[in-house]
Write a protein that binds this ligand. Structure first.
Ligand SMILES: NC(=O)c1ccc[n+]([C@@H]2O[C@H](COP(=O)([O-])OP(=O)(O)OC[C@H]3O[C@@H](n4cnc5c(N)ncnc54)[C@H](OP(=O)(O)O)[C@@H]3O)[C@@H](O)[C@H]2O)c1
Length: 293
């Protein structure tokens, strides 16, 4: 099990590496998550959109591991935002996860497609207030954000009673969003990296000449260089892996350190492997599945 932790702004701790569950390999399949538990992962990221909450719940039940020894993070999707909607979305997630509380509940996306400034700000604020009620009711331990750039995050920070502990962003060498990371860190919000391995795309992070050179220099894989880069930047990565060897390799990143020069080189490498999902322009046509309860 990982013995390295980040401390959040409420004093609680998170393992420095989490496990991503997006998505086909996990739908209706608890085996991959059981393997991840066996490898020592205890912090799992899911979302109502991924339709992997039920597999995660099934795996946790079958594992026999105490609920309090596992951290579950899930998210409401953009069509589940707004007063009156949040409570129902949360109950559906809880039902699928087969638990009575969630460790971190997140707003998945800051802006509905085409929403003008005042509209998305009001909807985000209303949604956050409904999420705060879930904390007050003891159903959620902490709140988080996902894909919130500084202007979105500022809107929440200006209006919230309960501060977000984390903000999940696409982050990897070649898309390091230094401005967004710096804004999070200046405001005590831990940046978390989604697609920390650039989703394994050929000729993007894999095969990139800078990463290949560093992989040879440090005797580590390109994926381990990616994860080490994020950790040294104070970011929490949540790699997804469906093979045991990958799960283990992704935890073996605490026995080496990138030099300051190499960190600088990675921070400045040309953009690569961006998944082209800009938070202000959302993802048209993707919907949560309200029948999946
Ligand atoms: N908040 C958001 O909007 C958002 C968006 C996207 C993703 N996420 C979260 O972030 C998690 C991670 O992102 P992701 O799933 O997009 O991609 P990722 O973790 O960057 O990459 C996953 C790919 O890397 C491969 N891989 C994993 N470990 C490896 C290793 N050690 N060596 C070689 N290849 C390796 C996997 O292969 P195998 O499966 O074959 O092992 C898979 O093809 C998601 O699962 C999800 O939980 C959040």
């Amino acid at each position: 099990m990982l013995q390295e932790f980040y401390t959040l702004n409420d004093g609680s701790k998170l393992p420095k590496i989490g496990f991503g569950t997006y998505n086909e390999e996990f739908a209706d399949n608890k085996e991959v998550i059981l393997q991840a538990l066996d490898c020592g992962y205890r912090f799992f990221d899911t979302a109502s959109l991924y339709e992997t909450e039920r597999s995660l719940g099934n795996a946790l039940k079958e594992s026999g591991i105490n609920r309090s020894d596992v951290i579950i993070e899930t998210k409401l999707w953009i069509d589940e935002m707004g007063a009156g909607q949040v409570e129902k979305a949360f109950e559906r997630s809880l039902n699928r996860l087969q638990t009575d509380y969630v460790d971190i509940y997140m707003m998945h996306w800051p802006r509905q497609t085409g929403a003008d400034d005042e509209d998305w700000k009001t909807l985000d604020t209303e949604t956050w207030q409904a999420m705060e009620k879930l904390v007050e009711q003891g159903k959620v331990r902490r709140l988080g954000l996902s894909n919130f750039l500084p202007h979105h995050l500022k809107n929440i920070l200006d209006t919230c009673k309960i501060r977000p502990v984390v903000d999940q962003l696409e982050l990897h060498p070649g898309y390091s969003q230094e401005n967004a990371v710096a804004f999070c860190q200046a405001n005590g919000v831990l940046p978390m990296a989604w697609s920390p391995l650039g989703r394994g795309r050929e000729n993007a992070t894999i095969g990139n000449s800078i990463l290949v050179k560093l992989s040879e220099k440090y005797g580590k894989t390109i994926q381990q260089i990616n994860l080490r880069f994020l950790l040294q930047k104070g970011i929490l990565p949540i790699p997804k892996a469906s093979t045991r060897s990958h799960m283990k390799a992704n935890m073996e990143v605490f026995d080496f350190a990138l030099s300051e020069d190499d960190l600088s080189m990675l921070s400045c490498m040309p953009q690569t492997a961006w998944l082209e999902e800009h938070p202000d322009f959302a993802i048209p046509g993707r919907k949560s599945n309200p029948d999946n309860i």
